[in-house]
Design a protein around this ligand. Sequence first.
Ligand code: ATP
Ligand code: DGI
Length: 389
Amino acid sequence: MDATTAPHRIPPQMPQYGEANHVFELMQNMLEQLLIHQPKDPIPFMIDHLQRDNDYVPKIIILGPPASGKTTIAMWLAKHLSTNLLSVESLIAKEYSPLAADARMHYQKFKMVPNMLLIRLMQERLKEEDCIRRGWILDGIPETREQALTIQTLGISPRHVIALSAPDTVLIERNLGKRIDPQTGEIYHTTFDWPPESEIQNRLMMPAGISEGETARKLLEYHRNIVRILPSYPKILKVINADQPCVDVFYQALTYVQTSHRSNAPFTPRVLLCGPVGSGKSLQAALLAQKYGLINVCCGQLLKEAVADKSKYGEMIQPFFEKETAVPDNIVMKVLKQRLDQQDCVERGWVLHGFPRDLDQAHVMDSLGYKPNRRLWETLPCASIFCLP
Ligand SMILES: Nc1ncnc2c1ncn2[C@@H]1O[C@H](COP(=O)(O)OP(=O)(O)OP(=O)(O)O)[C@@H](O)[C@H]1O
Ligand SMILES: Nc1nc2c(ncn2[C@H]2C[C@H](O)[C@@H](COP(=O)(O)OP(=O)(O)O)O2)c(=O)[nH]1
């Protein structure tokens, strides 16, 4: 077969390098921003995007009906993730911003901020260094589908969207107990979250707009809009039940925003199955190989085949088999390397079991660049192992 028709050998280090350094996602994010912003000269834009290196900072939207705990959860997340919290109130309160002054005037007159003014105010804030470097959380924004679509068109892409939900009756009742600390802006509740310090208790204020009628009106407005907003975020949305203790809502939200979504990057599974003898590694390896088209690599089987084939390594292994002593790690690794570097393992991925059996072997495997991207540990009570047939 001449060189032009021979299969193109992809060195295993290439896909592994791409996975380890998220090269595909890096390029995908940059391409997205290029197509959204369509700069006259793409090169400086791409250089600036790559130097910013902020693809993985928090970019979170928290939505929910009144009294669902959006602000409470958003504040706790912002503190935990050291990121910036943006809400309508915080945006219009911004000093030295003509846009904010204009928005304040609207808000004082009409109790609302026009869509485009709010979006421009948000855009202005998101361009600031701290939001670029440390990311952001939008609390209760977007409020309408028009805002959601405009935000997307401007290239403001959240990585995670959380929608809190709870029965209206619960929220109307809950909102009656809302209290705010005028000094810190912290939110409390007369029943669910009362501060221990009497000094804080004494200065808490009842915010406006928490009466049953007001909350019911806001709920109607929210339900009318939210059904048109959520379809804008099909793959990054998580709905969390807010009718449970705040702390539980917070930890579900935190767990979600700390997960990364499946990317479209090409992915070659390299699965490592560990566990005591009899824990089912061989069986699970065979099932995984069959289901996902992986190569089933059993280390013990490889050594036996090398001896049976009387290969170069087989002759080295034979004496250890005859003396029933452990085959030296360097010989085992050579046999394993020969197998894992074969085209089928590189292209389809593998599920390895029976190696490594100890830390030294794990270090040798890692040092040679064989890094599994899925690790499964099978455990079994000792008693069960001795009962195996
Ligand atoms: N899971 C919860 N369980 C009980 N009380 C909660 C919970 N989450 C928030 N609260 C309380 O409900 C009240 C409203 O919370 P918060 O202001 O965070 O809600 P919100 O969704 O931001 O409301 P709004 O949209 O009206 O500002 C506060 O007193 C808060 O302490
Ligand atoms: N009950 C039960 N038995 C199992 C399970 N997985 C494997 N086995 C059986 C099949 C074999 O007879 C025995 C050892 O399985 P194995 O896959 O060879 O274990 P391992 O030594 O490769 O880890 O246990 C399992 O999940 N449940």
